[in-house]
Design a protein around this ligand. Sequence first.
Ligand code: ZN
Ligand code: ZN
Length: 721
Amino acid sequence: MNRVRLLVLNAALGPLDYRVPDDLHVEPGSVVVAPLGPRQVLGIAWESERLPGTEVPDARLRPILDVLPVPPLPAPLRRLIEWTADYYCAAMASVARMSLSSSAALRGGGTITEYRLTGVMPSRLTPQRDAAISALDGEQGTIRELADLAGVSEAVLRGLVNTGVMEPVVVDIDRAYPPADPDHAVPTLSDLQTGAADRFVDAVKARKFAPFLLDGVTGSGKTETYFEAVAEALRMGRQVLVLLPEIALTENFLKRFESRFGVPPVVWHSSQKQSERRRAWRQVAEGGAQVVVGARSALFLPYANLGLIIVDEAHEVSFKQDDGVRYNARDVAVMRGRFEQIPVVLASATPALESLQMAEAGIYEKVDLPSRFGEASLPEIAVVDLREQVPPRGRWLAPPLVAGIEERLERGEQSLLFLNRRGYAPLTLCRNCGFRFQCPNCSAWLVEHRLSKRLACHHCGHEVPSPSQCPECGEADCLTACGPGVERIADEVAQIFPDARTAVVTSDTLSNPEKIAAFVDAAESGAIDVIVGTQLVTKGYHFPELTLVGVVDADLGLEGGDLRAAERSYQQIAQVAGRAGRASKPGEVLIQTRHPDAAVIAALAAGDRDAFYAAETDARRHAGAPPFGRWAAIIVSSEDEAEAREAAQNIGRAAPRLDDLAVFGPAPAPLSLLRGRYRYRLLINARRSAALQQTIREWLDPMEFAPGVRIGVDIDPYSFV
Ligand SMILES: [Zn+2]
Ligand SMILES: [Zn+2]
C-alpha cells in the first residue's frame, strides 16, 4: 500500500492522505491532482512526519488522480514554505500557492498559437482595423493580449487573421533563453569594489549560507560589484535571483545587465503576458533560467539550482507584502539562503536599522563602499527653512529653489523636484458650502488628477470624473484644490518657467515598461529640464546632467503615527539626494522644511548618517521597537461595522496577560473604512524573548467569529493604517 500526505492548496483544509495508484510515481514535492468530494484539488506531496494530520485507515483512502509534469518542489523550498507559514502565522497552502504561481505552466510544456502582422494591408480599412494595425506593429501575442494592447475587440483581430493581415505563429512555450555570458563585458572596478566583489565571489564558490549587508552610498557602484558574484554563479552553472522593489526599476536594471552579460535576464512580475510567465516558471523549475529579476513574488519560485540571491534597495518598504501572506521579502530571502545554503547579498545606501543591527551582531557580514565611483562626488545638501523663505501665496517652491532651477536651465542642466504625492491635489473642497470629496468605500479623501481629469481614491481605486459643480450645493466654479501633488508642482514650474520642458514621473504616468523606457531615453538625451516625481524617481536612475534635487516638502513623511516614519523619511530623502551629481558635475540638494531642527533633517543637512542612525537606535531601544523589541498587528475587518467592532472587542478581552508582551487596542484603524470594510486594529509589543507567534496562535485559534469577519495577523508590520 503506497500512501501519500498532501498539502492541499486550499487554506481552509488541513493535510489530507491519499493512495498512490501503482502506475503513478510520487515523491516529496510532487505536484498532484486529487479528488475532494465531487471536485478536484491541487496538492503537494509532503513528508508526512513534517505535516501532522489525522491518520486515515488504508481502506478509506481515495487514489490521487494525476501527477503534474513539473519537477517536484525541492526540499529547501518546502522548508521555506513551512518556515514562512509558521513565522508569519499564515496558512501553508497560501504560501505554497505563491510557488505554483503559474497554473498554465503546471500543465506541462507544449505550444501556443500567437499572432502577428504579415505586412499585407486589408482591402477594407475601418478605423478600428487601422488602429489595430498601427498599435500592433512589431508585436506578437495571443488574440486576447493583442486585443487588449490595441484596444479593439477580439472579433476585429479575428477578421484580420481571416483576411491574411495577421498570421498565426506556433510558439514553443518551453524554449530556452539565450545564455548569459559571464565574460561578455568585464568592467574595471575600483580597488574598493574589487575587494567587495571578491568576498561575494568567494562566498558563491563556497556553496554555503552567507548573509551580506552591502552598504554603499548612492553612486558607489554596488551593482557592478555584485554583478561579479552573478558572473561567478553563471560560470558554476547555478541560478541567481535578483529582487528589486519595484517593476519601475527593472527597465534600468535590464539595460545594465544586458551590457554586462550580453543578454537580458529573465523577468518575473505580475503584469507579464501569460505565455512569458509560464515560460519563465518552467525555465526556473528546470534550471534553464540563469538569472531571474523580479518583484518579491519571484522569491517563492521553485528554482532547480539556486546559487545566489541579491536583494537590491533592500531597505525598501515595498518588499513587505500587506495583503494575503503578510511577509517581508528581505527577511524571507535570507531564510531562503539558509535553506539553500547559498550567499544572500542585501544591498542598500540606507540600510534598514534591523539589517544594520544584524551586521553589528556579527550575523550578517558587512561590506562597505563608502565613496562614489569615478569622478562623481557626493552632493552638497542645504536646508531651506520655509518659515523664513516663504513661497508666494498658492505656490510651494521657495525662492532659493526657484533660483536653483533657473541656474540649471541657464546652464542646460537638469533639476529634479521630489514630492511623494501623486496627482494634482490631495483634497478638493467647495468654497461655497465646505463639501469635501470623500471615497464612498474608504475613510480617505479623493485625490484630484488633473492630467486624467478625475478624482481618485489611492486606497481602493474608486474614480469619478472631475465635476464642474459642487454635488452638495450645486454651485459652479466653486471647487478648490487644497495642497500640492506632483502635477500641481509641475504646473507651478510651467508658470514660472514657461519654456522649461517638464516631466511628471509617478506610477500614473509611468504605468508600463514602454513608458518608463521612453522617459529614461528622454531624460538621458537631455530632452527634459525639470523632472517632478514621487518616490518612483528616488532610486535606480543615473542622469549625468541632473545637478539639482529639490525636496518640496521634507516634513510630509514625518506626519502620522508610523513607527518607522523617521527612518523612511531619511531613506527617501537620502535616496533622492543621491540622484544629484552622479557624473563629473557636482550636485546640489535643497530640502524645504518647517522643522530644520528635526533629527532627520539635521542629519541629512550635516551629511551625518551615523548621527541619524544613532538617534533612531536610541529612540527604538527606548520604545522597545524593532530591532530591540517586536511588533505584531491584528487587523479585524467586516462589511458590517458592529460585527467588526464586536469581533475586535472579543479578541481584546481574550488577550493573554504575559510579562514579556503588551497588547494595545482594539481601536478603529486610521483607515477605519477600506474597500467597503470597517477595520479595527490591535497592536502587540513583545520583548525579543517572547514566543510571539505561538502566543498569537494560541490566542486566536480557539476563537470563533461571524462568517463575514476577516482576521489578519501582521508580524513585523510596516503599515499601521
Ligand atoms: Zn458646495
Ligand atoms: Zn477608496
